[in-house]
Design a protein. Structure first.
Lengths: 446, 320
C-alpha cells in the first residue's frame, strides 16, 4: 500500500521552491477554544461586495443567526458566531491591515439556532438536489478557507458553456508552519469524503481527486483508507514543493492541464476546493450549520505550545495566543496565514476571519527584511516562478510605471506566491513592486 | 605631392557641394507643413516637460495652443502669467491673468503627533506601503512619510523634514505642476493659490473619521467641530463628513478661523505671529464678554422669576 502511493507521487513542473517546513503543530489535535468575552465580526471577510448589516445595536442574537446578508452574487452571508447582545457597529482594524466595518457582539450564554444539528453523528445520505446544495452553501456563507476567501457558491456555479469533469480537493497546505488542514484531514476524514460527494453531486462530476503533499503522510494513508468506501474519490500524494497549493499549480500537478492566462479552473475542466472549505460545506448541507467557526493554527519557533484551535469567527487573536502559552517576549511580527503569503498584523485585538488559517509568531531577529543589494541578474527568480513569468523584468517595469510593458509581460498572471522574493540573493522586494504594478494597472483607465 | 593635396581638397569640396545640393532638394521636396508660430511658442515655453499643463510635454502644449481659438482653458503653471502673455502676443490672442498656485501638504500628523503603531520595512514607496496596510502611524488617511512626492518633483521644490517625517514644499521653487498631487496615494497634497502677499490659509487635515476616533490616532486631527465655520463671515468654510474644508475662492484671509481651531491645525502661511496672537486675544476677549453677557442674562432671568414669585405670593396673601 505504502509503496504503491510512493511510486505515484506527482508534482507541478514549472518553478517552485522548498522553504523550511517547520510544521511544529502537526501533532497537536484540534482543541475547542473557550468562548471569548466578545467577538468582532467584520462584514467583509470575503472577496466581493461587503455584506449588508441587518442587526442593530442592542439586538439579541443566537449562534448561527444571520447578522449581515450578501449583497449581489459575489458576496457572502455573515452569521453570528456567538449568542449575546450586539454592541458597536463601527470601523475596526482587521486582518487586511485596514479599518473595515465590523459588528461587535458581547457574549452571553451559548444559545444556538434550533435548526442547527449539533450532534457529532455522520450523515452519509445526501437528500438534496444539486441546486439545493448550492443554495444551502450560499446561505451558510461558506467561502474559500485556504486564504483567498472567494465565495464558494460562485465557484460551484459553472457557466453553461464550460464543461467540468474533475473536482479537485486541495489538501496540499504548502505554506510552511500551517497545519490546520492537516489536522482536519486526520480528524474528520469521513466528513471530508461526504462533503466531496456532496460537491460531486452539485457539480455532476463523476471523479474527485484529493491532492496531499508527502509531508502529511499520515493524512494520505488515512484518507486513502477511508476513500475505499466512497466511490469516485481518489487520493493522490504529491511531492513537497511550494506553491503546490495554488489552484493552477495543483491542477497542473494532478491532471497535467494548464489553466489559460486570465482563465479560471473551469477553463481546464476543474473545480478546486480546499479541505477546510469541504468540511464547512459538509456542515452547512448536512447539519444546517453556517460558517461560524474554523480551525486556526497558532505557531512559531518560540511559541510554548504550538496548537490547532477550533475558534469562533470574530475571536480576537490575543485569546488564541494566550491559549497557546502567551506571547513570547521577543516576538517581532505576528502574521495572519503562512509565512509566504500571509500578512503581518498591526494590532493584538484583530478578529479571526473566515480566511485566517493561522497565526505565526516570528521572533524579532527574523522579523525584519535584510539589506537590499543590486540585482546581479542571476535569473533565480525566473527559474522559480511557478507561472513562468520574469519577476525581475516585471518588478523593474512596475517601478518605472510602464503599464504597457507590465501588461505585455503578463503581470496579471502573477499569483503573488512570493517565490521570487524568497529566492533573491540580493533581498530585492520583487513582489512588492509587482503588486505595485498590478495595482497601477488596475487603476489605469481602460 | 602638392598636387595630390589639391586634388583631395577639390574632391572633398565637390562631394560636399553635391551632398548639400541633394540635401537641400530633399528638404524642400519633403518639407513638413508646420505652423511657423509653433516654433516661436515652443521657444517661449519653459521646456521643462513637467506635464503640469495637462499635456505630455511642452511640444504637445505648444501645438494645442497654436491650434486653439480661445486660450482661456490653457495655462502653463511653470511659466505663469508672464509666459502666457508672451504666447498670447505671438499668437495675437487674448489671455486672462491667472492666480499663481503652490502645492500645500494637508497633513500635520508629524512623528510624535500620531501614534506609532508598527514598523514598515518593505520597499520605500508610499504607494506600495499604502496598498499593503494602513501605515506605520495612526490615522490611515495621513502622510505615509516615505517621500514619493519628493521623488516625483522635477523642480527640487520638496524635501522630507526628518524631524516631523512630513514633506515640505519650498514655495519659491514650486511651479504647481501637479506632479506631487497626482503621485500622493493618500491625496494629502493640494494646489492652493499663492494669495496676496504670499498669504494663505488652509486646513492641514484630510481625515474624515469621527472626531473622537480621529483625535485618538492623531492629536492634530480635524474633529469636525465646526468652530472655524461658525467664525467665518464669508461662508468659506464647510464641514462635511467630520472634516472642515476651506473654499479658497471665498476666503478673504482674515485669519479668524485660525485662532478658533482647538488644535490650531488651520495653517496661516505668511501671517505674522503677532497678528495671530492679536486675533487670539480678541477672540478670547469676545468669548469672555459673551460669557459675561450670558451670565448677566441668567441672573436677570433669575431675578425676574424671583420678583414674579414674590408678586404672586403677595397676591395670594391679599386674597387671604
Amino acid at each position: 500500500m505504502l509503496l504503491n502511493l510512493t511510486k505515484k507521487l506527482k508534482r507541478f513542473h514549472k518553478g517552485g521552491i522548498h522553504p523550511e517546513e517547520n510544521k511544529f503543530s502537526a501533532a497537536a489535535p484540534i482543541t475547542e477554544l473557550p468562548l471569548p468575552k466578545s467577538v468582532t465580526i467584520p462584514i467583509t471577510q470575503h472577496i466581493g461586495a461587503p455584506a449588508k448589516v441587518v442587526v442593530e445595536r442592542g439586538d439579541t442574537v443566537k449562534v448561527g443567526q444571520i447578522i449581515a446578508t450578501h449583497e449581489g452574487f459575489v458576496s457572502s452571508n455573515i452569521h453570528s458566531s456567538v449568542s449575546g447582545k450586539v454592541g458597536k457597529i463601527d470601523k475596526v482594524m482587521d486582518s487586511t491591515g485596514f479599518k473595515k466595518m465590523a459588528i461587535n457582539i458581547r457574549v452571553k450564554g451559548d444559545e444556538w439556532e434550533e435548526s442547527i444539528d449539533r450532534t457529532p453523528d455522520l450523515i452519509k445520505d445526501i437528500s438534496y438536489a444539486p441546486d439545493e446544495i448550492i443554495k444551502k452553501i450560499m446561505e451558510a456563507g461558506v467561502v474559500g478557507m485556504g486564504g483567498a476567501a472567494f465565495p464558494s457558491h460562485v465557484k460551484l456555479s459553472v457557466p453553461p458553456d464550460k464543461k467540468v469533469d474533475h473536482l479537485i480537493i486541495n489538501g496540499v497546505e504548502c505554506e510552511p508552519y500551517l497545519t490546520a488542514d492537516h489536522r482536519i484531514m486526520l480528524e474528520k476524514p469521513h466528513e471530508i469524503m461526504v462533503g466531496t460527494h456532496i460537491l460531486m453531486k452539485a457539480l455532476g462530476v463523476p471523479k474527485a481527486i484529493i491532492g496531499i503533499e508527502a509531508n502529511k503522510w499520515d493524512a494520505i494513508e488515512k484518507l486513502a483508507e477511508v476513500a475505499k468506501d466512497y466511490p469516485g474519490i481518489e487520493v493522490q500524494g504529491l511531492r513537497v514543493q511550494y506553491p503546490q497549493g495554488g489552484e493552477k499549480q495543483l491542477i497542473e500537478a494532478l491532471l497535467g492541464r494548464e489553466v489559460p492566462s486570465g482563465g479560471l479552473p473551469f477553463d481546464a475542466g476543474c473545480v478546486v476546493h480546499n479541505v477546510g472549505t469541504i468540511y464547512s460545506m459538509y456542515m452547512a448541507v448536512q447539519k444546517n450549520r453556517p460558517l461560524i467557526e474554523r480551525v486556526v493554527t497558532v505557531t512559531g519557533k518560540d511559541v510554548k505550545t504550538p496548537s490547532n484551535f477550533s475558534v469562533r469567527i470574530g475571536t480576537p487573536i490575543s485569546d488564541l495566543i494566550d491559549a497557546a502559552g502567551g506571547l513570547p517576549e521577543n516576538t517581532g511580527k505576528i502574521i495572519s496565514g503562512g509565512p509566504m503569503m500571509g500578512k503581518a498584523l498591526n494590532e493584538l485585538d484583530i478578529p479571526i476571519a473566515k480566511a485566517t488559517s493561522g497565526l505565526l509568531l516570528i521572533p524579532d531577529e527574523k522579523a525584519h527584511r535584510q539589506e537590499v543589494y543590486n540585482c546581479v541578474r542571476c535569473g533565480k527568480c525566473v527559474d522559480v516562478c511557478p507561472m513562468g513569468l520574469q519577476p525581475v523584468e516585471l518588478s523593474l517595469l512596475s517601478k518605472g510605471k510602464d503599464l504597457e510593458g507590465v501588461k505585455a509581460n503578463g503581470i496579471m498572471d502573477c499569483i503573488e506566491c512570493g517565490s521570487c522574493s524568497f529566492i533573491c540573493p540580493s533581498n530585492r522586494p520583487i513582489l512588492d513592486y509587482i503588486r505595485y504594478g498590478k495595482s497601477n494597472l488596475k487603476k489605469a483607465p481602460k | 605631392m602638392s598636387q595630390e593635396i589639391l586634388y583631395t581638397v577639390l574632391l572633398l569640396v565637390a562631394l560636399g557641394a553635391l551632398a548639400a545640393i541633394i540635401l537641400y532638394w530633399v528638404s524642400q521636396k519633403f518639407k513638413v507643413q508646420e505652423n511657423p508660430k509653433l516654433e516661436e511658442v515652443m521657444d517661449a515655453l519653459p521646456a521643462t516637460n513637467c506635464g503640469g499643463c495637462g499635456f505630455a510635454g511642452c511640444s504637445g502644449f505648444a501645438s494645442a495652443l497654436v491650434n486653439a481659438d480661445d486660450l482661456s482653458p490653457y495655462h502653463c503653471p511653470v511659466g505663469g502669467n508672464e509666459v502666457m502673455q508672451e504666447v498670447a502676443s505671438i499668437l495675437g490672442k487674448e489671455v486672462q491673468e491667472k492666480d499663481p498656485f503652490v502645492a500645500v501638504v494637508k497633513c500635520a500628523g508629524a512623528i510624535g503627533v500620531r501614534v506609532h503603531t508598527t514598523n514598515y520595512d518593505g520597499a520605500a514607496n508610499c504607494s506600495i506601503a499604502s496598498d499593503l496596510y494602513s501605515g506605520e502611524r495612526g490615522c490611515s488617511d495621513g502622510c505615509v512619510g516615505l517621500g514619493e512626492c519628493v521623488d516625483a518633483c522635477d523642480f527640487d521644490a520638496m524635501y522630507m523634514d526628518e524631524t516631523t517625517g512630513l514633506p515640505v514644499v519650498i514655495e519659491d521653487k514650486c511651479t504647481a505642476c501637479n506632479a506631487c498631487v497626482t503621485t500622493c496615494p493618500k491625496n494629502i497634497i493640494d494646489l492652493w493659490p499663492k494669495g496676496k502677499r504670499d498669504k494663505k490659509i488652509y486646513i492641514a487635515c484630510v481625515n474624515e473619521e469621527k472626531g473622537g476616533t480621529a483625535r485618538k490616532e492623531c492629536s492634530m486631527a480635524c474633529s469636525g467641530c465646526a468652530k472655524c465655520a461658525d467664525e467665518c463671515k464669508y461662508d468659506a468654510i464647510t464641514v462635511e463628513n467630520d472634516l472642515a474644508k476651506i473654499d479658497y475662492d471665498l476666503c478673504k484671509l482674515c485669519g479668524k478661523c485660525v485662532v478658533a481651531c482647538d488644535v490650531r491645525n488651520i495653517v496661516a502661511d505668511g501671517f505674522k505671529p503677532e497678528m495671530i496672537d492679536k486675533l487670539a486675544e480678541k477672540r478670547e476677549a469676545r468669548l469672555e464678554k459673551e460669557k459675561e453677557a450670558k451670565r448677566l442674562e441668567r441672573e436677570k432671568a433669575k431675578a425676574e422669576a424671583a420678583a414674579a414669585k414674590a408678586a404672586k405670593e403677595e397676591v395670594s396673601d391679599k386674597s387671604e
